[in-house]
Design a protein around this ligand. Structure first.
Ligand SMILES: Cc1ncc(COP(=O)(O)O)c(C=O)c1O
Length: 313
């Protein structure tokens, strides 16, 4: 998907021109995949614009870095302020925000000790991620998700996305919008970039951390909304065939937001339309992020963006 550039990028606490945010080919990250990153959305509301769950995302960045023994030289507050600064400097909202911490140019070799840590925060306009307004047609991937004790699934690390790429490419080549991976034991895990939910007999199910999933911020938000709506929620290991016999299923994620699944492996999910529980959660989610309902969970951080148009080329 091509993206529109902006004017400034936050780099180690300073705003630099987009064109100057470059790294050397011998940077550690290029060779060994040593990066951790985040993806957030800033939504437009009648009263202005606001970033969805900013501290939760930046805390996950710090958590991912901690797992990989990367000591980021910034506090949670400084990272959150960096996100607000870059959005306001570029005057671009609504937008997608991509913070990334990486091991840069220093020494060669697997040990990252001599490579400096660099932190960048980039924002740019970005619309819908998943094709298909009437729901998406997905498949179970022939690729498994990362096995426990190989690559930590709770870290949002760049290297994990080699696995995601295999899942996504296979799905697209075979005509599907997305692939869902099973874990090492054959239970449902998650999509290449989304958590998964399904509904059966009025109960909302999702896969727990033990099935090699990312601790999705949207997943947590869906669980909060569902509990508030009085929908019974169960986090448990699920066999793949639950997706064939469930009444409803949907993805959650910053990019995918709440996207219902029309079919899995060419088997219709329910009657293929967005079912009542997915509709209720979808409606509530968008009412909050779009400022139609009050921000009762304190999920939004306001940004001051005077121009609603992207700056730059
Ligand atoms: C593998 C994977 N799972 C789940 C998610 C959903 O997480 P979130 O809702 O925090 O965007 C993402 C997206 O970041 C992801 O890449």
């Amino acid at each position: 998907m091509p993206f529109q550039t902006t004017s400034k990028i936050w780099h180690n606490g300073n705003l630099i021109p987009w064109e100057q945010a470059n790294i050397h080919v011998m940077s550690h990250v290029i060779h060994y995949g040593s990066s951790v990153f985040e993806g957030l959305r800033c939504y437009g509301q009648p009263q202005g614009s606001a970033v969805f769950r900013l501290p939760e995302h930046m805390q996950r960045l710090l958590d991912s870095a901690k797992i990989y023994r990367m000591e980021l030289p910034f506090t949670l507050e400084e990272l959150c302020a960096g996100v607000v600064d870059v959005i306001e400097a570029n005057g671009v909202a609504p937008c997608y925000i991509r913070p990334i911490a990486l091991r840069g140019y220093g020494e060669i070799g697997v040990s990252p000790k001599g490579s400096p840590i660099e932190v960048y925060i980039v924002n740019f306009p970005w619309g819908k991620y998943m094709a298909g307004h009437g729901g998406v047609d997905v498949c179970i991937s022939s690729w498994n998700r990362l096995a426990p004790n190989t690559m930590p699934a709770l870290a949002k690390a760049g290297a994990n996305y080699m696995n995601s790429q295999l899942i996504r490419m296979e799905a697209e080549i075979n005509g599907y919008s997305e692939g869902i991976a099973l874990d090492v034991n054959g239970y449902l895990s998650e999509g290449s970039g989304e958590n998964i939910f399904l509904v059966r007999d009025g109960v909302l199910y999702t896969t727990p951390f033990a099935n090699s999933v990312l601790n999705g911020v949207t997943r947590r938000s869906v669980l909060t909304i569902a509990r508030e709506l009085g929908i019974p929620v169960v986090e448990q290991a699920l066999p793949r065939e639950m997706l064939y016999i469930c009444d409803e299923a949907f993805f959650s994620g910053t990019a995918a937001e709440v996207t219902h699944l029309r079919s899995v492996d060419k088997i219709l999910v329910g009657d293929g339309t967005m079912g009542p529980i997915t509709t209720a959660i979808h409606k509530e989610f968008f009412a909050i992020v779009n400022g139609i309902k009050p921000d009762r969970f304190d999920w939004l951080t306001a940004v001051k963006v005077p121009v609603a148009e992207p700056v730059g080329v």
